[in-house]
Design a protein around this ligand. Sequence first.
Ligand code: FE2
Length: 421
Amino acid sequence: MKIINARLRKQPDLYTLEVEDGLFSAIRAQQGYIDNAAANNPADDMINADGKLLCAPFVEPHIHLDAALTAGEPNWNQSGTLFEGIERWSERKPMLNEQDIRQRVLKTVELLVANGVQHIRTHADTSDPTLVGLKTLCDLRDELKDRIDIQVVAFPQDGLLSFPNGLQLMEQALEYGADVVGGIPHFEYTRELGEQSMKTVIELALRYDRLVDVHCDEIDDPNSRFLEVLACEALFKELGPRVTASHTTAMHSYDNAYCSKLFRLLKQSGINFVSCPTESIHLQGRFDSYPKRRGLTRVKELNEAGINVCFAEDSIFDPWYSLGNGKLLRSLDFGLHICQMMGYKDFQSALDLITDNGARTLNITDRYGIETGKPASFILLEGEDDYSVLRNQGEVLLSVRQGEVLMQRQPARVVFNRLAH
Ligand code: FE2
């Protein structure tokens, strides 16, 4: 495969990229535009990118595929709170079976692939004695591995230590093959159990040699401070880059003096952060009147401190959030607005938040990125740089994985009847 006239992120020139045996074999800057009208058919192994942006695939670092497409079944979340979402999901859980999960997961993965995602980290609820969601997701991960990368987090939705047999279920999930240990300290019955759960999560990660991704302090309570316990354990056990704190919405409400002290630990620990802008702006601030908190973690400040942070969608039509469409560009748009990352400089590297930073969180940087020798996995976007793709919410026109075309889209064409000059 050969791609001509491609723009690469943060580069002024046009590029030609060559692919052999599924890897990038050459990436060269061009002297100018190559005029080759014939080169526009991926099926012929020749692609004329025509000045559009070629970038590494989008990374969805936090989604709940087991719950996707279940909103309103059997009841809708009327209050819009996280905790009602957990209640509504516990009503749906007894209805889960393998076929139901497979069908919904495949539809959702298709939606993500159609929008440029090639790497997914999904949480799978282990607060279910049958573990049907977790097992089905692990099975699908293996079955779909030639088409998409999926990491499965064993996520104790109702508590690791507060739910009956929560710890045993977690261990069963890890033995079955879950890639990542999860946690939910702010939902444990007491602060002590929350803190203990963070130590347990790190111990399990060491014992089973797995990554860690905790739903951490997903609450507006400024006293929810499990993040410091997680980061400290990660630091002391030298696991930092293998550990992720998702949500950390309480950080929005921490006082600045505490945050200043906390950031020193976060930076030293090297842990990663995931923020879910649409989910958090919807679920948080629900107990406020006015002024009403935004309830997102301090993405701008984390980013400026050199701490790795990425955006995720979290939900697609589930008990917590009844919109969502697999478009990470939408989450990025929301996130930049809510976090006030709207400076010219922010726009120049905006796609980092749904590409490179997500890849770092997933610990896949050894096989991710537009570099000679790496797998030829990329997407082609409507737009020429981060700014124009973001501003126009550019569509994904092509997604190629290890040299194989995963999806193609024809750009929409508008015909004006009355505006012609
Ligand atoms: Fe989540």
